[in-house]
Design a protein around this ligand. Structure first.
Ligand code: DX5
Ligand code: ZN
Length: 222
């Protein structure tokens, strides 16, 4: 299995954003996780297409854009134009999940579906073939630096079992509360894409990225 580390821009020091992104890139981060919050679906506001377009200049790594916004279908083109490579929408924010996933793909992007901790896996079962990734939120979305919710391990395990049973290669991403203390448990449960914000950008970025990637390489070699 291919393991991916996707550091979250939400934890950047924006006065030094370019420099910190380059440090994560050079240390071996695979993708860059871009958290978009609208102050409506989640109780916080982050940034939108113009900021993403500007940060796009700091790295060639894929931009994994996590839309925590209401009516994401209206803004897909704007995020594609800003440089998104993969766009993930929350199942809780769309009436027509199948249609939105198709329109993301038609716009030339990979498509993901995110589920809040309390949202059941059955919500995505019918679109597992269509989606490139399922994002299992392991905190309630809105803020960086929160604690990983333990019951999410069961969700990751159950989704991994379904994906393997059906012979699919859908990525399982987790987001929220990942760190040095639980990365092994997270990969063991079956996630292959890990978002980390504070655990990458707080402290020594290079050392943090290397730590995650060393564990991932160890799992890849199994
Ligand atoms: C939560 C965001 C996450 C968050 C992760 O709403 O979607 O991407 O920034 O931050 P950490 O890794 O600090 O929990
Ligand atoms: Zn996120």
């Amino acid at each position: 299995m291919k393991y991916i580390l996707s550091p979250s821009f939400l934890s950047l020091d924006f006065t030094r954003a370019g420099e910190q992104i380059k440090a994560a890139d050079e240390a071996g981060a695979d993708w860059m996780h871009v958290d978009v919050m609208d102050g409506a679906f989640v109780p916080n506001i982050s940034f939108g297409p113009p900021v993403i377009k500007s940060l796009r200049k700091a790295t060639d790594k894929p931009f994994d854009v996590h839309l925590m916004i209401e009516n994401p279908d209206r803004l897909i083109d704007a995020f594609v134009d800003a440089g998104a490579n993969r766009i993930t929408v929350h199942a809780e924010t769309v009436y027509h999940l199948d249609r939105v996933l198709h329109s993301i793909k038609e716009a030339g992007c990979e498509a993901g579906v995110a589920l809040n901790p309390a949202t059941p896996l059955s919500t995505v079962e019918n679109v597992l073939d269509l989606a490139d990734m399922v994002l299992i939120m392991t905190v309630n979305p809105g803020y960086g630096g929160q604690k990983f919710i333990p019951y999410c391990y069961d969700k990751i395990r159950a989704l991994r079992a379904t994906i393997d049973e059906r012979g699919l290669d859908t990525d399982i991403q987790i987001d929220g509360g990942a760190g040095r203390g639980n990365i092994r448990e997270i990969l063991e449960a079956g996630a292959n894409v890990v978002v980390a914000g504070s655990a990458v950008f707080n402290g020594d970025i290079e050392d943090n990225v290397r730590f995650f990637k060393d564990v991932m390489n160890e799992f890849e070699g199994r």
